[in-house]
Design a protein around this ligand. Sequence first.
Ligand code: COA
Length: 360
Amino acid sequence: MEGLAGVVAGSSAICNTHGGLCYRGYPIEELALRAEFEEVAYLLLKGDLPTEGALREFKQALQEYRELPCIVQQVLEALPISTHPMEVLKAGVVALGCAQPEALDFSNQHACALQILGALPAILIYWHHYHKHGKRVSLGSELGMAHYLLEYLRGKKPLEIEIKAMDSMLTLYAEHEFNASTYANRITASTLSDLYSCVVTGIGTLKGRLHGGANELAIAFILRFHSVEEALQEVDRLFANKEKIMGFGHRIYKHADPRSAVGFELVQQLKHLGDPKLFEIAVAIRDHVKQKKGLPDNIDFFGGLIYHYLRLERLYYTPFFVLSRVVGWMAHAFEQRAHNRIIRPTSAYIGAPKRPFVRA
Ligand code: COA
């Protein structure tokens, strides 16, 4: 029962991980390779795929929310340059919630969700340019989210293959039933708190290196090596010391993470854009870990390498996870609200027996 492993902690109609990973019944492989991220976001939030017209309106609303309220820009400007971008996203969401609060009866919950999803990439982009280049960039754009992020963070037009890879990554990370951050977000929703607080809870939980932080560490690990031999020796040393290797293992996927196969396909398409030796080292590490410990790689192992080949800053890898998983968090918050009972488990007490109060 430690870590609530194997405990069914509630029911949900959003995502199924049994017999393959599906969002609202659609297999992740098909969504990641054939759908646009915005279509997937609509599907998760609303329950069904959009019509052409509904998707157009949805995208337009997201694009409008890229223009950040003044107070959000001021908060972002006031943050120290050393702030971790995960904290930047948290601060940005808090400021958004102050600028346009959610109504107590949640009657504007869908508008708030669109605002959060539309504004989050703009928050990262605004902060990036303000603190790195001292520039207040104009955020309005009609680009899709994947294209917007690549173009505005790297400063030049991305290739079609890069946009597709980024778009697929956003889909792969968008939802994953009762993972730690989603469950934490559902607990916040169950107290009938507002959507901004639910999302901030999610960001804080995702930041940890056993959850969202793993992709940054996985690529940092791969980049340490100049040869396959050097990498495998280090893997063996870590195993001998009982240390964990980031990007491997999973609470529910003991044989294979279905998202990893898609990630592998993407990285194969991208490797010619950077140093292909890294790909060779990564594949060797993956095979060695599987062979020695039976541990499968999870999405974060090749995920980090994909972002590296896309020439994106490593500090932003976990924030990209937020920009996508926020969809899952908000879908779960809505589902929790629709059938709510406060989530409040109980604990088995293992402390001191009852005793009288005597000052030490
Ligand atoms: N490297 C080395 N050994 C690992 C490992 C890893 N990444 N992940 C799990 N193991 C080992 C554990 O040490 C444990 O060994 P033991 O039985 O000898 O004690 C065994 O595999 C079972 O793992 P466990 O820690 O019980 O799995 P969990 O379900 O509690 O934790 C994770 C799941 C994801 C937190 C864990 O696999 C991990 O820390 N992975 C690295 C971080 C990561 O990639 N996170 C992203 C997840 S998408």
